[in-house]
Design a protein around this ligand. Sequence first.
Ligand SMILES: C[S@@+](CC[C@H](N)C(=O)[O-])C[C@H]1O[C@@H](n2cnc3c(N)ncnc32)[C@H](O)[C@@H]1O
Length: 373
Amino acid sequence: MRSNQGAMSAFDYKDVIQEGDLALVWVSRDNIKPIVVDPKAMFNTRYGSFSHSSMIGKPYGSQIAIRTKGQNRFSFIHVMQPSAELWTLSLPHRTQIVYTPDFSYIMQRLNCNPSSRVIEAGTGSGSFSHAFARTVGHLYSYEFHSIRYEQALQEFKDHGLENVTLTQRDVCSDGFLIKEGNNTSFDFAKRSIKEVNIHANAVFLDLPAPWDAIPLLDEVIAKNEKVGVCCFSPCIEQVDKSIEILEKCGWKNIQMVEIQGRQYESRRQMVRTLDDALERLRDVKRRKEEGIERRKKMYDAVLKDEPAGEDSIDRPQPPKTKFNPFGKGIRVKEGDEHYQWKQVTRVEPEIKSHTSFLTFAFKVVDKTRYLNE
Ligand SMILES: C[S@@+](CC[C@H](N)C(=O)[O-])C[C@H]1O[C@@H](n2cnc3c(N)ncnc32)[C@H](O)[C@@H]1O
């Protein structure tokens, strides 16, 4: 991931793990942890400790294995290079976040590309900010919570996201203009301007009351190109209110979308016949009867003061149940050619997506065509 200005970012492509890198340790699919590689540090898991020094010099994506404490087994992790998608799954949560299924769709609908100038409010945990920073020309992100603002500021600096300007602001009351003297990462000392020319052509609002911010967008959006806005709202009442204001403010092509990602897993399932079911019932009955008989013999032996259980030891064991397609039994590997299989799909029960309604709208302020330009 490149912060789109040529400068090195922690997300730039690299082959080999080096000291000081931000790396993402994949323990399991829902346990991915960010680390800064330090030769003196250890990465601790419940299965054991992995030294960072064992990672240095290995290619990204490598598996690092250790012998599990007290057991003759191995446990392992994978060391991954950060990407916007993996960062979203591993970042420290300060708020609810936008996940990949939503942010990829939103960026596509807002036509985000390296020439885009994007407004984002609020910054929150910076999940979407990282995805924007990889793709767009410049991101203007706003956060009113002072601690979250400071944390995001430090994080973006550590990750080298140089195409992001972060401003501490309540956008609903104070709008989006960035002026000298504001609490912002924009470096006015380096430029001889008093106010930033934002000219945003894409806007993303993840706020509890986007309708208060929408009327304030006019002073910062581009006038001579098509501008897209997306409001991310969890309930339909918020969508209603936003649409009302969008229409009042001259936004067109308003459309609401809900992303419902589902992952389908393809697998084979053993074909179970009626004969299998009947055989299973017969087997249960046979074992039950044998058990009753054995217990009766044992009681009789106790009553007669004979050595108990002798008979049960010598007794021939009932034949082992073959594979039982309705419960426990001998394990059969999926696809074993001795059995019949059918292809089925299974839906993953949980998906990582903060399901919200996405309201899109577009606006062209100046519709004049300059044919002789
Ligand atoms: C749900 S979080 C945003 C999460 C973010 N999209 C992400 O992917 O990590 C919403 C954030 O908006 C901030 N916020 C709420 N109202 C605001 C306002 N009027 N101006 C600026 N920020 C605001 C909150 O402090 C919070 O951090």
